[in-house]
Write a protein that binds this ligand. Structure first.
Ligand code: FE2
Length: 403
């Protein structure tokens, strides 16, 4: 019997109008970290309208870029060091919430400011937080689950090839998450689809890779079922608050599942596609998930079959049940407007082939320092030829035969 830890924010406010709950968590000096899109949609104005009259000073960093780099985290840090907040608020999608979390790490651990992305990753077990500030996360997309996770993803764009590193520690789970579906109704259908597919992957990749656990499986399966049912509705009828709330809560539950369980190969390969080709994260996930699940058939068959059954997909035997799961995922992609293959996006084949070559070399180098047990937990193949074959299928939108 092992003792496990389940990390969660101390408070989760949810429901239409929950944004007002931010008044329950304010300190004296608030730094809001967000991006230009959130600002353009008027969502920052809404937050500032609530902050006015609360007797707090606040400052705003509104230039978070997609896939935030180490350099852009440095800019937020400079503002934090100058402003000295006692509360950071990440407002936006995963990039804004992660950028805020990463800046929070460096703000509280100033000795790490000159370190690279992997050097900080290694030091995260000693990470000190909450000596200067607390963290509140307010997502405006329903996908990453970053509002409840132990991780901030930071892109190291100084390396060749660039790669996405994870800064992870249990104490990095935000203090407060505020889920207000009213902030998600302006999300365009393509962002709804991509972020929803990311959330679905958090639930089902976690279920397939994590050891059976009542704490985690219940969250993973419930959120997976909810997303399968409600994502197409959210894409076609994004103004409906009830639909948006179902997706917002499900994305958080999927985040709680995977941050207390694990993710692996699907996310690792999606991070390669994101770092090299700037394919939006959820869309990259959608491209690789079916070929990876077909590969998992040889190593995680029981969990794949259980997952298919839990989603109401049956078959005469294991193979047909898992094939039904893969077919269902492909059908869901098309239903929400995600192409089946990378080649149907704007990327040229020669760009894909040459970019991938250096990325796979970098991937191999990073894997070489992982112990075999860790590689197995992540579901990573032994050979890079198999990794290449999975990505070839993702390019073509095909799935290898189950074996
Ligand atoms: Fe993800």
């Amino acid at each position: 019997m092992a003792v496990n830890i389940f990390s969660s924010p101390r408070e989760i406010y949810y429901g239409a109008g929950a944004l007002k709950s931010v008044t329950n968590v304010l300190g004296k000096r608030v730094l809001v970290v967000t991006d230009s899109g959130v600002k353009a949609q008027g969502l920052l104005d809404r937050l500032e309208g609530i902050l006015k009259g609360q007797g707090v000073d606040w400052a705003v960093f509104d230039r978070v870029e997609p896939d935030p780099s180490r350099e852009s985290i440095g800019k937020i840090l400079v503002q934090a060091q100058d402003f000295q907040p006692d509360l950071l608020i990440g407002l936006g999608g995963g990039s804004s919430i992660d950028a805020g979390k990463a800046a929070w790490v460096l703000y509280e651990n100033p000795d790490w400011v000159g370190l690279s992305v992997p050097e900080v990753s290694q030091k995260m077990p000693q990470c000190v937080l909450r000596q200067k500030a607390r963290y509140a996360a307010i997502p405006t997309t329903s996908g990453t689950g970053s509002e409840v996770t132990r991780t901030a993803v930071v892109t190291d764009s100084t390396k060749v090839p660039p790669f996405k590193g994870a800064w992870t520690a249990p104490q990095l789970v935000p203090d407060v998450a505020i889920l207000d579906p009213e902030l998600t109704v302006t999300m365009p259908p393509s962002v709804t689809a991509n972020s929803g597919f990311d959330a679905l992957c958090h639930a089902i990749e976690c279920y397939v890779l994590t050891k059976p656990s009542d704490m985690i499986d219940s969250l993973a399966l419930w959120s997976a079922r909810t997303i399968c049912e409600w994502l197409p509705k959210a894409v076609s009828n994004g103004k409906d608050l009830q639909i948006r709330e179902r997706m917002h809560v499900a994305a958080l539950q999927a985040g709680q599942a995977f941050t207390n369980g694990s993710l692996g190969l699907v996310h690792m390969l999606a991070h390669i596609l994101g770092a090299e080709f700037h394919i939006p994260h959820g869309r990259a996930i959608a491209f690789v998930i079916c070929p990876v699940f077909a590969y998992f058939y040889s190593t995680r068959r029981d969990r794949l079959v259980d997952l298919a059954k839990a989603l109401g997909l049956s078959g005469a035997d294991d193979e047909t049940a898992v094939q039904a799961l893969i077919d269902f995922l492909n059908k869901l992609k098309l239903e929400v407007g995600i192409p089946l293959s990378i080649k149907d996006s704007e990327l040229r084949e020669d760009q894909f082939v040459s970019g991938l070559k250096t990325q796979i070399q970098g991937f191999q180098a990073r894997l070489s320092v992982l112990p075999p047990m860790m590689r197995s937990m992540l579901g990573v193949p032994d050979s890079m030829e198999e990794v290449q074959a999975i990505l070839d299928h993702a390019w073509k939108g095909t799935t290898p035969a189950l074996r």
